[in-house]
Each structure stands twice: as C-alpha cells, then as structure tokens.
Design a protein around this ligand. Structure first.
Ligand SMILES: *[C@@H]1O[C@H](CO)[C@@H](O)[C@H](O)[C@H]1NC(C)=O
Ligand SMILES: *[C@@H]1O[C@H](CO)[C@@H](O)[C@H](O)[C@H]1NC(C)=O
Ligand SMILES: *[C@@H]1O[C@H](CO)[C@@H](O)[C@H](O)[C@H]1NC(C)=O
Ligand SMILES: *[C@@H]1O[C@H](CO)[C@@H](O)[C@H](O)[C@H]1NC(C)=O
Ligand SMILES: CC(=O)N[C@H]1CO[C@H](CO)[C@@H](O)[C@@H]1O
Ligand SMILES: [Cu+2]
Length: 575
C-alpha cells in the first residue's frame, strides 16, 4: 500500500478523533475549534419564486410549505444532524428553509403545514408559558413573517399554533392559509417559528428562512448588483453539536428547581452560514449584495473582514436607507438584518475572511474564541472583471416622522427577575406576563414615541410586529439604582421620574441604523427613544387589511430565550 496514502488516512483519523473529543461526561460535545473551517461550499438555498414574470405578473401566488423532521449535514466532518426543516417536499427541505421571493403588490398565500412527528428533538420546559403540555401529542408550531405587514390572523400569533394535520390548535388559531399582501416597501424579511414558549427550540431545530420582497420598478434603477449570483441572502446562526451530530442544547436549567430546562441565553461555538459551518464561497472581482440575517438565539455578531475590505450599507432590516454608509464593521443583534454591498475588486488579496469579534452575551460577556470568531471565507478570483452594477449616491427616501404631531408617548421597561442564587428566572416587559390584558393600543396610521428602558444587564433587541420603528437616541440613566428600585416596586416610569434620570450621556444612533427598522438593540442602563409607525412608509397610506382584527400583534425581545419566558407583550391596533 502507498505509504503517503496511509499516512494521510492516519492523519485524517487523528483529526477526526480530535474534533470529536468530549468536554463533559454526560454530553459528548464536539470541540468546535477542532473542526476544519472553510471546507464546505456555501449553499444557495432553494428559492420559491412566488411569481413567474415570464408568464406575466400574476394576481396572486399560492404555496404549500411544510415542516419536516430530517437529517442535515452542517459540516463535512460532522455526522448528519436531526433537524426540523422547511420545504415543499421532505427531500428538498433545507436549513435554513427556501428563500421565498415575493413581488410588490402580488399577494402570497402560504399554507404552512406541520408534518413533525411527536417528541421534540430538543429539551423544552413545561414551567414557562408554553404551547406544549403533557397532553400535547404533536409539536406545536406557527409561522411568523418577521418584518411583514399583514393581517393579525396571518401574523403567527404565539397562541395560534398547530400540530401535525392541524390535529391540535392553540386558543387564537384562526386559519390554515396565511395571506401576505406584499404591499410594503421592498426589502429583506424572514419567516420563523413563533409558538408560545417554543420559539427558541423550534428555531434552534431549523425552522427559519428568508423572504425577499422585490419592487423592480423602484429597485432596478438603483443599479445595485442583482440576480441569483450577485445578490444573495446569508443566514447566520450559532450551534453546538454532540459527537453523534445532534444539536446540543443544555437540558439543565440555570435554576433547575424553578425551571428544569430553561436557560437565559443559548450560545453555540460553531458559526453556521446558510446551513454550513464556516463555509467558503468563490467570488468574482466585482460587487456583491449580501442580505445578512442574524438568526441566532442570543449571539450578537460584529462582522469585519480580516483583509480590510469594507461594507457599504444599503438597507437595515426591511427598509432601504437614504444613502450609502460605508463602514469597516457592522454589529448585528439577533434577528437583525443588514443589507450590504461588498466590492471584491477592492481586495488586495485573493482571500478574505469574514470574522466576528462581538463578546457574548453582548455587551459584557466573554470574548470570542478561534471558533466563533470566524464566519466564512471568500476566495476571490484573481482576474479583474467588468462590473456594470453600481452604488448610487442615494437609495430610497421615506417620509420623516413629524414628531410635533405625536399624540401618544409610551414607556416600555425591560425587567429581569432573579432567584435567590442570583440566576435569571424570567424576564418581563413592563413587569407583566404575556397573558396580562393588552396595554398598548396604537391607532392605525399613527406615529407614537416609545421610550424603551432597559433595567437589565443585557442588550435586548427590541422587535415590533406590523409596525416599523426608528431609533432617535439613547440616553444613559443617572441614579440608576434608585430608579430601578422604584421601577421594581411600582412599575411606572412617569411616577419614578424617568425624565430626571434620563440625563446621562447620549449615544448616537449609527448612520446605517437611522432608517426604518424592525428591531433595535436596547443598551443596558439606557433609555432609548424610538418612533413607531403603524402605516406603510413608502406611501404613507394605511393598511388595506383590517389591522384591528383578533388576535392582534405582539412586541418582544428577540433574544429567543427571553421571548419564550416571557419578554413579550400583545398589542392591538385600533381605528
Ligand atoms: C407533566 O408530566 C410531568 C412528568 O411526568 C409531571 O411532573 C407534571 O406534573 C405533569 N404536569 C401536568 C400539568 O400534568
Ligand atoms: C448545563 O447547565 C448547567 C446549569 O447551568 C451547568 O452546570 C452545566 O455545566 C451545563 N453543561 C454544559 C455541558 O454546558
Ligand atoms: C445575532 O443576534 C443575536 C441575538 O440578538 C445577537 O446577540 C448577535 O450579536 C447577533 N449577531 C449578529 C452577527 O448580528
Ligand atoms: C403621513 O400621514 C400622517 C397621518 O396619516 C400625517 O400626519 C403625516 O403628515 C403624513 N406625512 C407625510 C409626509 O405625508
Ligand atoms: C437598569 C439598568 O440599566 N440595568 C443595567 C443596565 O446596564 C448597566 C451597564 O451594563 C448595568 O450596570 C445596569 O445594572
Ligand atoms: Cu432580551
């Protein structure tokens, strides 16, 4: 036998053994730093065109997309992982799910179908408010289109869950087929599970995917890179694995006597892009558009290129910003979307590593390590390329809110409660559980100012359904302990004199995050002033659907582990 070949085999086996070394007796975990990076190609998720322009523009498109339990390879050297995947068939289902392409003004109707067998593949906790009980036979799921503007019945209300074949349904379930009118501003949004108390585990299992709304008449004149090759979603999340390939989620809670399983934040060491750990992509020397979606449960990312390449921001979350903002790095919170142009013709090297240096939990946690500090690798072809795409001086402008006409101001305070051992037990907004009656009732078409007060040590990405938000400023709270004591007692920002405390230093909103957003990162110890808007921003017209219908909408923290326990509140739009 060829000795070189034998040696190679031996080395491969050793590397494999190293990668599969255990770090605890009960759970044999993969040491992510031993997995070889950049060995898998970046997958292109299948796209489901919700329209076929060659056939003329349809009036509407109907789709059936199911959730399947199947196996998925996250890395060349990892055994296949059991996941929950979206797809039209089990064979074609992927993690993340297919990218749904929608056309402005063309309705998309989706029959989301649950085909998941009983017994969740991940630990779930019966002691937090959850859809799953001892009596539930299937896996409760419900799909929320994050950033979508649509009727409440199609919003994926946390209690509108259903199990396989719609056998069991939650108390606010109303319909099988969801309707997305796609009448909003063009941009990138995403769909994901939203079932009560199961969002963190259902997403961890794989139930998420991108959704792009295109408005060719408005977007094509911008001249940005387009087409499947040069305009692609990158869906990023972190995961840990056991040596048998299964997803590792700690099944012991941080307060096991109160919550046997629930942990306040999930972090994994392997960084996954479009379903592969640290993938690689060969690119041409030209501009590309990347729509990066942060689908982590709790990990923040600060992306930068190791070879000095920069990002030019085009949009943040679902809306274009007014003009390009070029930066060396970009910080993305859970569920945030950044839409950027990278010009590889500017690269002095033929390889660029996309890296991450955000501490976790953000902003006061551990430093990144060799594994979670890398994201993916771009291999840049050496020869120059003609590039007809461009970055225009201006993108799209949407009306600026008129703050003098704002009728309603609200205070939203974020609370974290801890046990006698000083470990988090649950988190609430305004000190109230999700099940308490609605307290926020914005008027359709109105603009409101919300002051979001973070009374915790963590940065919470604040997300609102239906509406859009614009961050104005963040002000440090002085005399914080006194203010917090008062808030813990009486839960009333006005009576606790928030205006007297909100006079510390101000932190500016970064230029690329000044546009209309779906999520904003709330700094701990600060009060963040946001404008919320409950109408279309591109036409300033009200919704053509009945936004006042049951079961209403929700706003919540997008750290999924917080949302589930239960940093989420309902809100109702009124006429
Ligand atoms: C559910 O089952 C567990 C374990 O069998 C049991 O401890 C718990 O009391 C049950 N809960 C309910 C609400 O029946
Ligand atoms: C799981 O969580 C428990 C409680 O926080 C902790 O003691 C234990 O070390 C964790 N296990 C692993 C493998 O991280
Ligand atoms: C992703 O989102 C999580 C949760 O909000 C956040 O902690 C993390 O920093 C985000 N990462 C990136 C790259 O945006
Ligand atoms: C948008 O509509 C609101 C109320 O519907 C109105 O107060 C505001 O002036 C309008 N803004 C613009 C720019 O048209
Ligand atoms: C209410 C509040 O602000 N709590 C925390 C906010 O963040 C700061 C800085 O991390 C902490 O010191 C506060 O305790
Ligand atoms: Cu949170």
């Amino acid at each position: 036998m060829d000795r070189a070949w034998l040696l190679k085999l031996l080395l491969t086996l050793l590397a494999l053994l190293g990668a599969l070394s255990c770090s605890s007796a009960s759970d044999h975990l993969v040491d992510a730093s031993k997995l070889k990076m950049f060995v898998d190609d970046l997958p292109r998720m299948p796209t489901i065109p919700a329209y076929h322009l060659s056939d003329g523009v349809p009036k509407s498109v109907s789709l059936k997309i199911s959730m399947f339990k199947k196996k998925w390879k996250f890395h060349r050297d990892l055994p296949a992982t059991t996941v929950y995947a979206f797809g039209r068939t089990k064979e074609t289902a992927t993690v993340p799910g297919p990218t749904i392409e929608a056309l402005y003004g063309v309705d998309t109707h989706v029959r989301w179908q649950n085909r998941l067998p009983p017994n969740h593949i991940l630990p779930w906790d019966p002691t937090i408010p959850t859809a799953m009980t001892n009596k539930t036979r299937g896996i409760p799921t419900v799909v929320h289109l994050h950033g979508g503007m649509h009727e409440p019945e199609s919003d994926g209300n946390a209690n509108a869950w259903f199990t396989a074949k719609f056998n069991e349904k939650g108390p606010t379930w109303t319909k099988k087929t969801y309707h997305y009118p796609n009448n909003q501003q063009p941009g990138t949004i995403w769909y994901h599970d939203h079932a009560m108390g199961l969002t963190r585990v259902n997403l961890l299992a794989g139930l998420l995917g991108a959704y792009i709304i295109r408005h060719p008449a408005v977007e094509e004149p911008l001249g940005l890179p387009r087409g499947d090759e040069f305009d692609l979603p990158l869906i990023v999340f972190d995961r840990s694995f056991r040596t048998d390939g299964s997803i590792f989620m700690n099944s012991t809670g941080n307060n096991p006597s109160i919550h046997p399983q629930w942990q306040p934040e999930y972090f994994g060491d392997a960084i996954i892009v479009n379903g592969k750990a640290w993938p690689r992509l060969t690119v041409r020397r030209r501009k590309y558009r990347f729509r990066i979606i942060n689908a982590s449960n709790a990990r923040f990312f600060r992306f930068f290129f190791t070879n000095g390449l920069t990002f030019t921001h085009v949009a943040s979350d679902s809306a274009y910003i007014e003009k390009p903002v070029t930066a060396d790095d970009t910080l993305l919170g859970p569920s945030e979307i950044t839409d950027i142009i990278v010009d590889f013709s500017q690269s002095k090297t033929n390889v660029a590593i996309l890296a991450n240096d955000a501490v976790y939990p953000y902003p006061s946690g551990d430093s990144v390590n060799e594994a979670n500090g890398k994201v993916m690798k771009f291999i840049i072809l050496p020869y120059p390329e003609a590039d007809t795409s461009r970055v225009p001086e201006r993108f799209l402008e949407y009306p600026v809110p008129d703050l003098s006409s704002v009728a309603v101001t609200r205070y939203i305070a974020m609370y974290e409660y801890t046990s006698s051992i000083d470990e988090p037990t649950h988190l609430y907004l305004n000190g109230k559980p999700y099940s308490a009656p609605v307290t926020e009732t914005p008027k359709e078409g109105s603009t409101e100012v919300w002051y979001v007060i973070n009374l915790t040590d963590d940065n919470h990405p604040f997300h609102i359904h239906l509406g859009l938000l614009k961050a104005l400023d963040q002000t440090k709270l002085v005399g914080f302990d006194e203010f917090k004591d008062c808030m813990m007692k009486i839960k009333d920002a006005v009576k606790c004199h928030v205006e007297k405390h909100a006079r510390g230093n101000k932190v500016k909103v970064p230029a690329h995050e000044k546009g209309w957003k779906n999520v904003y990162k709330m700094m701990p110890g600060y009060v963040t002033k946001i404008v919320t808007r409950f109408s279309y921003i591109h036409t300033n017209s009200s919704y053509e659907f009945d936004a006042t219908a049951e079961p209403g909408y929700a706003y919540h923290c997008h750290v999924l582990d917080h949302e589930d326990n239960a940093m989420m509140r309902p809100f109702k739009v009124i006429k």
